[in-house]
Design a binder for this molecule. Sequence first.
Ligand code: FEO
Length: 407
Amino acid sequence: MKAVEIAKNIYFVGANIRNGDLFEGMWPIPDGVSLNSYIVKGEKTALIDLVRDWDNAPKSLTEQLTSLGISIEQIDYLILNHLEPDHTGWLEEFLKRNPKVTILTTQLGKKMVKSFYKNEENVTVVKDGDTLDLGNNMILTFYSTPNVHWPETMVTFNESSGVLFSCDAFGSYGCVDTPFDDLLDKPTHEFFDRESLRYYANIVASFSPFVEKAIEKLSGLTIKMIAPSHGIIWRKNPQTIIERYLKFASYMNGPAEPEITIIWGSMYGNTEAVLSPLIEGINSERIPVHIHQVPNEDVSYPLTSAYRSAGLVFAMPTYEYRMFPPVAAAIDMFGRKHLKNKKVLRIGSYGWSGGAQKEFDTMTADLDWECIEPVEWAGATDEETNEKVYEQGKKLAQLVKQFCVQS
Ligand code: FEO
């Protein structure tokens, strides 16, 4: 990553993480992730958001600062929009090198500086609408955006350039080489479109009502550029990602897109064998289908697909009187991420006794899912079962259509 001037006296700096680690210790990032920080220069210098000591990120950050003629010791203000350690993990070392820096964060952020880094020195609490004047007409304004996605989160805005430093909000997985949306080729742009949804579904979705509140709160600002702390900078039309976030947030309580996601797992192929008639039944209503096998795929991907789909199918056998565990684990994650208000079908085989359906019903009781009649069969499928699965797939697709048209 190279330092890039994104507006007069405002610079993009940071690090690309490519070492194959999981994000938050659990989400796959095969194409890495960027930790974006920003330098804002007036007579004084501010650094917005930090990095974690992860895959040489501090070295990358300091090298870019050096390329701008700035040393860590010369930074006057460190603005912490969000305390999650991907943006603050290097704070202890940073403070050793620059003990006089003033940290600006929210009241809850101050508490987290203490709890994570045992530091109470030189922390200034900022509230909604507070400003920091760096000199040379460079003024930063702070707005709290609680629960996007931690309770202490805020954003920082520079009115003269129209740059909004949004930290996690409007972010994406994926390393960044060319930071601006308008300089990306089509495949790269499509990659960030996909990965911004996966990032949202994995990290932010549970807090969608707060995303809506934050966007409403910031709606009076003239935002010309959105500079998040992961992923690309949206400068061509920042409204694109704002509108996309509003759409993402709306998926939480449904209806989402008129699509169906199939999450399936099969021990010996007896559940897998009915996927063809199932898909044919759905396709007969011209509803797009997304298919995810677990545990072969990490839950991050079916979660993303399920989050944007109005309809879900869970295809799994009974395993020891309960659900096939990999599908149960996916459903558990969907519950944790508050995937509500879906139209749902469950199908699956069993050996000598059922039981999966009972556990499925219990596990999903609080999710506001409308479940149509399941299909279960002993052992291998037959023509009659295939026909039933076809009909239920078709029925689900019809329900999804009605749901999305009515709402
Ligand atoms: Fe990128 Fe919530 O940290």
